[in-house]
Design a protein around this ligand. Structure first.
Ligand code: ADP
Length: 268
């Protein structure tokens, strides 16, 4: 689903943020993208969102070569990619509901449909009680959940998150990770940029390690021991992934089938 072939990015100041990176992220996978500060993680996410263009190489998303995508087509690509930024980027003087609804308003959906989708999502993310609170009244963990709700509301196939647990205490960080794992189990491809070595070690998910713009290592998922199922039961999350349109059982089965090794996800 996401393929990079020999991708390099040189900024105008001569900095080589990415250097000959080739990788593939399959549909329904969960990957961590890690490396020290300045390794190129955010640049890679920005290239996938076409906020920047690669200097060399090809990037394919869902089979489309985004390197040659016209500027006018970029908004259509972005509808398939939800993004959670490190600093949340919520609209401060708006409520939780308004922050999540905005993407659907831009798409021109009717008020009833917007209310239905946003409320369903807020319910699933345990935010419904806060729907009409200004986002500034929320805790850091709640604000991060609003940012995730906003990223998911137009049912993207891919979710990109830049340091989603970076500003949270460890317990809230695990809550957010569990939420991202649930979202992935329901069929969304998830890529999380993080430098949090503990999170990476703890969850044992596929990890792409960048170092000074180069892909240093591609660590596969860690398998659990035979007979050991450490997965927590999926939370009662309801949200608008592409698979949410299917009956729950079919959705669960197909999302598990599309993941490389779902049993490898470890409970926090
Ligand atoms: P990370 O997200 O891993 O911290 P970044 O992708 O932000 O890394 O940055 C990779 C390198 O590119 C760093 O050396 C950084 O200073 C440089 N860089 C990032 N953005 C720009 C920019 N807009 N202009 C010039 N250099 C940049």
């Amino acid at each position: 689903m996401i393929q990079l072939y020999h991708v390099s990015k040189r900024y105008p100041n001569g900095c080589d943020a990415l250097n000959d990176v080739t990788l593939r992220i399959r549909e329904g996978e969960f990957v961590f993208l890690t490396g020290a500060s300045g390794a190129g993680k955010s640049t890679l996410l920005r290239l996938l969102l076409v906020m920047e263009r690669a200097t060399e190489g090809q990037i394919l998303i869902g089979g489309r070569n985004i390197h040659v995508l016209r500027d006018s087509s970029v908004p259509f690509l972005r509808r398939n990619i939800g993004v959670v930024f490190q600093d949340f980027r919520l609209i401060k003087n708006r409520t939780v509901f308004e922050n999540v609804a905005i993407a659907l308003e831009i798409m021109g959906l009717g008020r009833k449909e917007i209310e239905r989708r946003v409320n369903q999502l807020l319910e699933g993310l345990r935010l419904i009680q806060r729907a009409h609170s200004p986002v500034t009244d929320l805790s850091g963990g709640e604000q991060q959940r609003v940012a995730i709700a906003r990223a998911l509301v137009n049912e993207p196939a891919i979710l990109l998150a830049d340091e989603p647990t970076g500003n949270l205490d460890p317990e809230l960080g695990h809550d957010i990770m569990q939420l991202l794992i649930d979202i992935n189990r329901r069929g969304t491809t998830v890529a999380v940029a993080t430098h949090d070595a503990y999170m990476i070690e703890h969850y044992g998910l596929r990890t792409l390690v960048l170092h000074k713009g180069k892909l240093l290592e591609d660590r596969p998922r860690v398998s659990v021991r035979p007979g050991q199922d450490v997965r927590p039961p999926p939370s009662p999350l309801v949200y608008g992934s592409p698979l949410a349109m299917q009956p729950p059982v079919a959705a669960a089965e197909s999302s598990l089938a599309s993941a490389a090794d779902p049993d490898a996800v470890e409970a926090p």
